[in-house]
Design a protein around this ligand. Structure first.
Ligand code: UDP
Length: 151
């Protein structure tokens, strides 16, 4: 089992798409290990997107991610990091394939609805940045073998 961090960015909350998109992840078989709504301040936004510091879109990205509340969560499942990334689609919503979250709901490079960790190292760093250890909950869901069997 692998854990990944997801952020329902402010556009998702404002467009009331949180439930609809979360349902896709649950239907796929991913388990919610943590979930909360919060208002991001600039230092947290800048830490999360530190790798993009200095790029032309950086300040606009920080304005965007701090522009309204986000819902942040940890999803767990077999190959969760790649599964979530492939469900999100390409960064630019205008180019993302139909059937992906961004392909179906976004037409913007910046306002692309959901963040998903891009590697095991990023997932560890990001989960520790957004959650205290006790906020990420270990539990089992009855019948999991029907979802993960043979994985
Ligand atoms: N972004 C942007 N302009 C760009 C590229 C990216 O505003 O030209 C934003 C967009 O919201 C994206 C985030 O910066 O999701 C992080 O970029 P990254 O390349 O890491 O894309 P992701 O991993 O989210 O697909």
């Amino acid at each position: 089992m692998q854990r990944t961090l997801i952020i329902f960015k402010p556009d998702t909350v404002q467009r009331r798409l949180v439930g609809q998109i979360l349902q896709r992840f649950e239907s796929k078989g991913l388990r919610i290990a943590a979930l909360k709504l919060l208002q991001v301040d600039r230092p947290l936004g800048e830490k999360h997107y530190a790798e993009h510091q200095g790029k032309p879109f950086f300040e606009g990205l920080i304005d965007f991610i701090t522009g309204g509340p986000v819902v942040v969560g940890v999803l767990e499942g077999n190959e969760a990091i790649t599964v979530v990334r492939s469900m999100l689609g390409a960064t630019n919503g205008a180019a993302a394939a139909p059937g992906t979250v961004r392909g179906d709901f976004s037409i913007s490079k910046q306002n692309n609805l959901i963040h998903g960790s891009d590697s095991p190292e990023s997932a560890l760093r990001e989960i520790a940045l957004w959650f205290r250890p006790e906020e990420v909950v270990d539990y089992t869901i009855d019948g999991s073998q029907w979802v993960f069997g043979g994985a």
